[in-house]
Design a protein around this ligand. Structure first.
Ligand code: CTP
Ligand code: CA
Length: 225
């Protein structure tokens, strides 16, 4: 189907997508970050808008153009992403957590630039846990019937790890990618299996991130109706 022919099966729906990767600052010039480009989340936002949804895109540090007709909320850290997602999720029909959220952040933020001193060993960086946003929104739904989708990049026993994570998070769908050579980070393509809490498994062959986005919304739409 060409994009313009897509059914307006998300018309009247509000969906929230998080995208990109959080950055956890150490001082005004440095942060702990990750390699997420934001491309998959932006593809999800464009696809949902094309299918008629009102879309809130919570964008963490993605250097990508704002998709047309999408409400973009820029954020930096995991704590900021949590605030923005919880706020937007309050009246949402579905939330898709495509963002790479840092599991940890530095315990302290230095208001001034951290300086080195001759003859002095560098100070260790102490980390603390960030909130688990997906587990929080899935565990306590803002609305009955709200559909919650997570993403997971796994290695080794990808499906078993994904199934365990789906249960731990309590979400309805988990998109599981195998990470490795040429796969996922920064690329235009993706390959995944979408696991459902109902036991379903939907393989998505290697292809454009748009195709994976459309499959995710197919599965979400089926659960909304
Ligand atoms: N996620 C989240 N909040 C966090 C960490 C992750 O909402 N603090 C979300 C991600 O957006 C993603 C899903 O949870 O949709 C899975 O992320 P992942 O890093 O695979 O899960 P973790 O529970 O952090 O497991 P791991 O120890 O494997 O990193
Ligand atoms: Ca993690």
């Amino acid at each position: 189907l060409a994009r313009g022919d897509l059914a307006q099966d998300l018309a009247g729906r509000h969906v929230v997508v998080s995208a990109g990767g959080t950055r956890e600052p150490l001082d005004p010039v440095r942060f702990l970050g990750n390699r997420s480009s934001g491309k998959q989340g932006y593809a999800l936002a464009r696809s949902a808008a094309a299918r008629g949804a009102r879309v809130t895109l919570v964008a963490a540090n993605a250097a990508l153009p704002d998709p047309a007709g999408v409400d973009v909320v820029p954020v930096g850290t995991a704590v900021q992403l949590r605030e923005a997602v919880l706020k937007a999720a309050a009246d949402a029909d579905a939330v898709v957590m495509a963002a790479a959220v840092a599991d940890f952040r530095p315990e302290t933020y230095a208001a001034g630039k951290i300086k080195k001193k001759d003859g002095q060993e560098p100070a260790p960086i102490t980390l603390v846990r960030n909130p688990d946003i997906l587990a929080e929104i899935a565990g306590e739904r803002a609305r009955p019937g709200q559909v919650i989708v997570g993403f997971a990049a796994e290695t080794d026993d990808v499906l078993a790890n994904g199934r365990a994570k789906l249960e731990r998070k309590g979400c309805d769908l988990l998109v599981v990618n195998e990470v490795g050579e040429r796969k996922t980070f920064g690329s235009e393509e993706n390959e995944a299996v979408v696991l459902g809490a109902d036991g379903s498994e939907t393989p998505v062959p290697y292809g454009p991130k748009e195709a994976l986005a459309d499959t995710v919304w197919d599965l979400v739409a089926a659960r909304l109706s």
